[in-house]
Design a protein around this ligand. Structure first.
Ligand code: ATP
Ligand code: MG
Length: 579
């Protein structure tokens, strides 16, 4: 690419509304321009990166045996009604009407449309398995679009859907996609981790997220360096931190703790470790009658050690909470505990509640909780003696750094990650709702077993930059950089030698199959270098008259900014060595 025939306009100043480094750098390096909240123009440099990402994904998907097709952006509402997602997706689904008043969805994903295709096209066991994919624009009206392309409203996703005869087949398809994803993220040049993820209502253990490791990631990912245990925070199992419950050693005492409503404050006031405190979280579930009106409300008290946090996903899987729960209102809390929030505890509530203790809390003795009395806590509380055993003991907390690994082989470490891909076993959720069946070997209809597999194409750009940048700008992995090499001639306007050599090197690199840019804008060297350092091209070849006369070229490797020189005749090998 001759840059005089290309277009980019880099920005010197940091844009005001960009919170994370990738968003700032993508704007400054002219990769994207904002059109509206969560909606971006992909500018020529950004598009080059997107196309490279797509190409790697396509090559590996094709190699895995998946088949590309393309499903429309605008999808009839009827299909979404068949699966109930027209309602369930809520405001995240963008809806439009045509001139006849018919409803359509702008696709946020394509399970409905692909299942509709499958039920029409795949009639016999002989046609299975199949895996269809497309790379298509998505729209999700995210509650909080932010971080540029990382959580956009319009974005590009690769989504694939597998169809199998049975569970064993679906598992094979899943494993095949898992391996394919590993190849894709390896080739993209990203540091990533695959982690087990929650499967929600579908159950089973077949869901993995591919997370790019970056301190700024929205997700917490958990892994054990001593074993291969890896899961996201929602799923990672928290074991009890005490091996057994010690016998009571203290009497229960009502202790004034004025103005100290948090476990940390109470522990500090009493000069005791926070690990001796127990915090109370009050939830409510509503039973509804046929008309949908609330018939009865049940109040739940969840107990966690003072330094632990509730994991709502885990809580939401417990019997009784699995149909949906909410946080109790202040009024409900007062009527059940006889006290306003801040000093709540499990001892002697005024009305019946269901008590769920976290595994660790169930093994604590002589602990401190709220006294259900304003400005007071109870110390020396013991299960069995001062209050009944909990109704249920369960894992309801987030793991913390250093927790024992649930596989018993070491301790857990927590990193931040950016979810760039997701593989998910769907079972017959969609095939059942949409009656997608095939005839098996005995001529009997059977539901297709499905899996779905997404990659956030545009999110990958943000994730790669969060992982690869320095004070000067972006450091792209060579595989997805907008150009692999940039040639910067210095003083070409005044030197025919420089001009001719720049052209010759440009042609040599093109002939070698290298994606090269020739910066023939005739910019000052400082401005030219700053642009390419910001844009993040992996290798720069600088051509100056003085070194040329000595038969030499200057090279710069963007990662680490390591400068070197090479003989003019060795240029190609030297450049290749740096890529
Ligand atoms: P998240 O938890 O981040 O909202 P999700 O579970 O909604 O993700 P999926 O439906 O599994 O995501 O979509 C597949 C992939 O699409 C994700 O792994 C992610 O890389 C990408 N993706 C999802 N939402 C967005 C978005 N708003 N902007 C950019 N990429 C997205
Ligand atoms: Mg989402």
């Amino acid at each position: 690419m001759r840059i005089s025939h290309f277009h980019f306009q880099t920005l010197k100043e940091d844009p005001a509304d960009a919170e994370v480094v990738s968003h700032r750098l993508m704007l400054r390096a002219a990769m994207i321009r904002r059109l509206g909240a969560g909606i971006y123009n992909y500018m020529p440099l950004g598009l080059r990166v997107i196309r490279k990402v797509e190409r790697i994904i396509r090559e590996e998907m094709d190699r895995s045996g998946a088949i590309e097709l393309l499903m429309p952006l605008v999808q009839p509402a009827e299909l979404w009604m068949e699966t109930g997602r027209w309602e369930k997706m809520g405001p995240e689904l963008l809806r439009v009407k045509d001139r006849h008043g018919r409803d359509f969805a702008i696709q946020p994903t394509s399970e409905e449309v692909i299942t509709d295709i499958a039920r029409q096209e795949l009639k016999s066991w002989r046609q299975l398995p199949k895996n269809f994919y497309h790379i298509q624009t998505k729209f999700r009206d995210e509650r909080r679009p932010r971080f540029g392309v990382m959580r956009g409203r319009e974005f590009t996703m690769k989504d694939a859907y597998s169809f199998d005869r049975d569970v064993a087949g679906a598992e094979k398809s899943y494993d095949n996609m898992f391996d394919c994803y590993c190849r894709i993220f390896d080739r993209l040049g990203l540091r990533y981790r695959s982690v087990a993820a929650d499967t929600g209502a579908i159950g089973g253990s077949r869901s993995h997220e591919f997370q790019v490791i970056a301190d700024t990631g929205e997700d917490a990912i958990v892994h054990c360096p001593q074993s291969d245990y890896a899961a996201n925070m929602e799923l990672a199992e928290a074991v009890a931190l005490l091996s057994d419950r010690k016998p009571a050693a203290q009497p229960m005492t009502l202790t004034p703790t004025p103005g100290k409503s948090t476990c940390a404050d109470v522990a500090a006031l009493l000069g005791l470790p926070i690990q001796q405190t127990v915090k109370s979280i009050v939830l409510a579930t509503d039973a509804r009658d046929e008309k949908g009106a609330v018939a009865a409300t049940r109040i739940w008290l969840l107990l966690l050690r003072g330094d632990h946090d509730l994991n709502e996903v885990k809580a939401g899987k417990l019997e009784g909470l699995d149909q949906g729960f909410r946080f109790a209102t202040v009024q409900e809390i007062e009527s059940h505990f006889g006290c306003k929030p801040g000093y709540l505890g499990p001892v002697a509530p005024v009305r019946p509640i269901t008590v769920i203790a976290d595994r660790t809390v169930a093994r604590m003795s002589d602990f401190i909780t709220g006294a259900n009395q304003w400005d007071h806590h109870l110390c020396g509380v013991n299960w069995g003696r001062d209050l009944p055993e909990p109704d249920q003991v369960a894992d309801i907390r987030n793991v913390v750094e250093g927790d024992p690994s649930p596989d018993g082989k070491g301790s857990l470490s927590i990193q931040r990650g950016i979810e760039v891909g997701h593989v998910f076993y769907l079972g017959t959720k969609y095939s059942e709702a949409m009656k997608a069946s095939y005839l098996d070997e005995n001529g009997k209809p059977a539901l297709m077993e499905m899996g779905c597999y997404g990659i956030g194409v545009t999110r990958i750009l943000g994730a790669a930059i969060e992982q690869g940048h320095d004070a000067k700008g972006i450091i792209w992995p060579a595989a997805i950089a907008p150009f692999e090499v940039v040639i910067c001639p210095v003083g070409a306007a005044k030197s025919d030698l420089v001009k001719a050599e720049a052209e010759a090197i440009y042609q040599e690199l093109i002939a070698a199959g290298i994606d090269v840019a020739l910066d023939d804008r005739d910019e000052r060297p400082g401005a030219m270098f700053a642009d390419w350092e910001l844009i993040g091209v992996p290798v720069r070849v600088t051509i100056g008259e003085r070194s040329l006369k000595e038969g030499k070229l200057e090279l710069l490797k963007r990662a680490g900014m390591a400068a070197s020189t090479c003989e003019r005749k060795d240029m190609l090998d030297a450049v290749r060595a740096l890529l």
